[in-house]
Write a protein that binds this ligand. Sequence first.
Ligand SMILES: Cc1cc2nc3c(=O)[nH]c(=O)nc-3n(C[C@H](O)[C@H](O)[C@H](O)COP(=O)(O)O)c2cc1C
Length: 344
Amino acid sequence: MNLYKTFIKPVLFLFTPETAHKIVFTLLKIPGANFFLKIFYKTENNILEFRKNNFFVSNKIGLAAGLDKDGEVVNQLGNIGFGFVEIGTVTPLAQPGNPKPRLFRLKKDNALINRMGFNNKGAEKMKETLKKIKNKNTTIGINLGKNKITPIDNAYLDYKKSFEILFDYADYFAINVSSPNTPNLRELQDKKHLSKILEEIQKINLSKKTPKPVFLKIAPDLTFQQIDEIIKIVKDTKINGLIATNTTIERTNLKIDSEQITKYGNGGLSGNPLKNKSTEIIKYIKSKISDDIILIGVGGISSLEDVEEKIQAGADLVQLYTSFIYEGPGVVKKLKKQMITKNL
Ligand SMILES: Cc1cc2nc3c(=O)[nH]c(=O)nc-3n(C[C@H](O)[C@H](O)[C@H](O)COP(=O)(O)O)c2cc1C
């Protein structure tokens, strides 16, 4: 019997998605939570480890950005079994994000729509939180974004600022230019802005004694021509890899009726309806890059078959978010067990 699906999810789903999120975070912060999680979700991690240069994860299943915006429950998520936990998106200044409601469950589709808008407590606060972590048990990725009030031409300064503040606390950084909920953010995927951001970040990074792995997170709504340009910049700036993909602004392949979808309004769609689209993007990217660029596949992963599809398409590692909400923490343990059996 699945404890989460039978008892916990029906209760959590009585609340709005954001209230449910708050309840879960409160529970995760209770002293002793780590002890319980460690016992309950323990698996043989090391069979699934992945290493390339200075990038290391203890297993190939990661938590995608956006669940732990401020890095408050990193060890708990590590104990649930994630080989890497991407926290953020964090911006230099704290900001409240968009007005509520801004997160919706599409149950029939195993999907979510969100327009959170980078609600977070800011880079300095994240630094204080990460400083307090004792016995860190997973790889920490810090996902960086720009503040809403920062003009697009100054966006690179925001990325630089958070990168410098948080440098010592990340095992890798993800440059997020692909969330649909900050006005104009996706324009940063254009050649001019993207080159500037990645060049500036790498200038600081490569001046350090031990540079950190840097990834770029892209949207699924790009043309192949745009992706070609992005890959060229990735190669020119010698960053370590790509994370494909963020949520989509498309509303195709949905079971939910169109009236309801219109009611929910703008936002990024995640989960099952995003799956094939992100896989296609991964396949295309892989056909254009060599093995020294790490590719993290994300979008609609909830089963072993989904993981296999992403790996066959060219992903070295995978991340998930939406299936964690629908399936619960057990999904990580289940996938890892199955991956070990399949030798993935
Ligand atoms: C509620 C919610 C908030 C998210 N916030 C962020 C974010 O802050 N930064 C980011 O890069 N991606 C964010 N994402 C996107 C996820 O990291 C991931 O790329 C996307 O949901 C696709 O994976 P999935 O289908 O497994 O959910 C968010 C997704 C959801 C559902």
